[in-house]
Design a protein around this ligand. Sequence first.
Ligand SMILES: C[S@@+](CC[C@H](N)C(=O)[O-])C[C@H]1O[C@@H](n2cnc3c(N)ncnc32)[C@H](O)[C@@H]1O
Length: 322
Amino acid sequence: MSQQVTFHDHKPKESNLYSAILYGFSQSAKTIPPKFFYNERGSRLFDEICDQPEYYLPDAEKTVLNRCVNEIAEITGENRVIFEPGAGNLSKIRLLLDVLKPIAYVPMDISSDFLKSAAAGLAGDYPWLPIHAACVDFTHSLPLPEAVPDKPRLAFFPGSSLGNFHRAEAKEFLLMIRQALGREGMLLIGVDTKKSVSVLNAAYNDAAGITAKFNLNLLWRIRHELQAECEPDNFDHHAFYNRDEGRIEMHLVSQREQAVRINGHRFSFDPGETVQTECSYKYAPEEFLALATDAGLQPIKHWLAKDELFAVYLLGVSAWEV
Ligand SMILES: C[S@@+](CC[C@H](N)C(=O)[O-])C[C@H]1O[C@@H](n2cnc3c(N)ncnc32)[C@H](O)[C@@H]1O
């Protein structure tokens, strides 16, 4: 890695697949937290999902960012420290860098090797940009490396990743962002909107079956990394919009009666029993703005994609906070 990029490992020990699975498979309604989708293979599969025609989110968000980046820069100014939790392949920050001209960029992700190679690729294309790549679990904390300059901050949180938190957790996460922003901080966040159920259901059930592979990758991780007796082929991907909760739910459904064995522990599955692997909450703009305000963030401006397919919001730390 070039000197332009520094790498910081802040991933807590508790972010551990084994303990999460023992806990999640012991519940009456089994769950696996979505952060475990993202090993190297999971991150690559997510990139493939973004190329599927049904998955409208990335194109809609990128179109808004391209359209509004100059307006965003007029409000934020230049020379901020930009940090991006769950930065993934770093494709969206590329739409902002030449206009926002940050003094430093801090991509943060749980998928460590994927983050390192994405940061190296970005450094090659933006040789003027100091990059402090940090492996973090943002459900625990958002530690910014000490070497980051003491300048006003901008948090960038695209991809509607906020939707992966349940509502109360989403508020906690926004409070954590506000804390990390400090005085004069701003948040630029992309959040998916409510829309027709058929569009939503298609987005999480692409015809090429990539989202299914991404979901089943969790079971392959359990099999390989925990040396578990687990047959991923005996489970199906199931994703649907739950209108009452305003969220997509993603599950793995057991095709038959079976057991998964991990290090002496046995977890039985009935036919049709599911493991919930992800929620993706959708927010009408007024719902999101109420949540953000509740977390002490002041709405500055927001922009909607065509047909209100997606929304990008710019918020500031509330006056009462500073
Ligand atoms: C839905 S993808 C979005 C990627 C990118 N922000 C985008 O908009 O295309 C979620 C990203 O967050 C990362 N991630 C998921 N859970 C995380 C966690 N608990 N801590 C840090 N990163 C996490 C994943 O590795 C992945 O890169």
